[in-house]
Ligand binder design. Sequence first.
Ligand SMILES: Cc1ncc(COP(=O)(O)O)c(C=O)c1O
Ligand SMILES: Nc1ccccc1C(=O)C[C@H](N)C(=O)O
Length: 400
Amino acid sequence: MSELTRKAEKLDAGDELAAKRAEFVLDGPEGAVYLDGNSLGALPVAVPGRVADVVGRQWGEMRIRSWTESGWWTAPERIGDRIAPLVGAAAGQIVVGDSTSVNVFKALVGAVRLAQETGPGRDEILVDATTFPTDGYIAGSAARMTGCTLRPVEPSEVPGALGERTAAVLLNHVDYRTGRLHDLPSLTAAAHAAGAYAVWDLCHSAGALPVGLDAHGVDLAVGCTYKYLNGGPGSPAYLYVRADLQDRFDSPLPGWNSHAEPFGMRSDYAPAEGAVRGRVGTPDILSMLALEAALEVWDGVTVEAVRAKSLALTDFFLECVGEYVPEGRVECLTPLPHTERGSQVALRCPDAGPVMRRLIDRGVVGDFRHPDVLRFGFTPLYVGFADVERAARALAEELG
Ligand SMILES: Cc1ncc(COP(=O)(O)O)c(C=O)c1O
Ligand SMILES: Nc1ccccc1C(=O)C[C@H](N)C(=O)O
């Protein structure tokens, strides 16, 4: 047994989250190591039974009554309140529904409208130049709609780029390619000092590390639920609007679900109070209630414990890669300081595509991001240290 295998055993023995692994389905090819929870989280054991009940009993037998009696109508706010503590938000500020892309649109146009309401001349949107593409595309459209220009800026350069014309800044908390964690508290404060609104995309941080939305005065935020929150393929995203901004939040998609009196069927629009104002149309109940069941794995788990294990996992992976992979064969794109690292490790190598295909063939599942990045995501609720050691060893063998 090698020294690192022994170290993995010791770390697994001291892992206070180890028992959580049994709450997930991790079947598949024998010996599979799943390091792609930053793209699609694994299936929580509780989900299939819940979905079967929602389909068979709530839909099949109760039919229309379930909108009220099974809590379907209020699910977006109820599940938003379940996500809230995971991102440091008090209840009443998060609503679940639609895709992340749609929520980026609502949040960003909403933020620009807030800025333009308070005074003229706010006609520029800053967007993370390294963003996951959808945010950039949507920001381009939001800019055209609101009479703004769109300026892509590296997150670290945002403080210098902010000015009296800035209406809103759209940033990713963790970069999807490199795994870099951006400084949410200081970038939010910088936006506020310039009189602008800060919108954060939490896709790669929610469920992996503390976010502190309320503590840091974030204005609006969005995130998906199919990565570290394990809601399943296409599970609905969420929108956070800070409590004291809610009555001025002017949604660009004011569907009937966001009306103060949705069943009044009025021709004139009157927005609901609170987080409900972020709703649009009929919620996707099957996906939403699958997500609600998935969130039960968080009972008794703190995000702080998850963060501590996440850093231990990525530290250990980097140690194993350093030990097993020949010097210079890969370049680590993920920052080494803990304050700048999310829950993934990105390694660059010219043949990343074929290397990842071979790794997946032998049961070590990460992903490849164009053009040359091997991405390994570490979900602390179900990844262990022995997995990490095996993945690094397999990687070294595939890299030759
Ligand atoms: C940062 C980020 N934003 C948005 C998305 C996706 O948005 P959507 O849920 O609309 O597909 C992803 C991943 O798919 C992402 O990594
Ligand atoms: N939603 C998906 C559907 C299909 C395949 C991947 C995704 C992802 O989420 C990719 C992820 N956002 C990423 O950071 O690469």
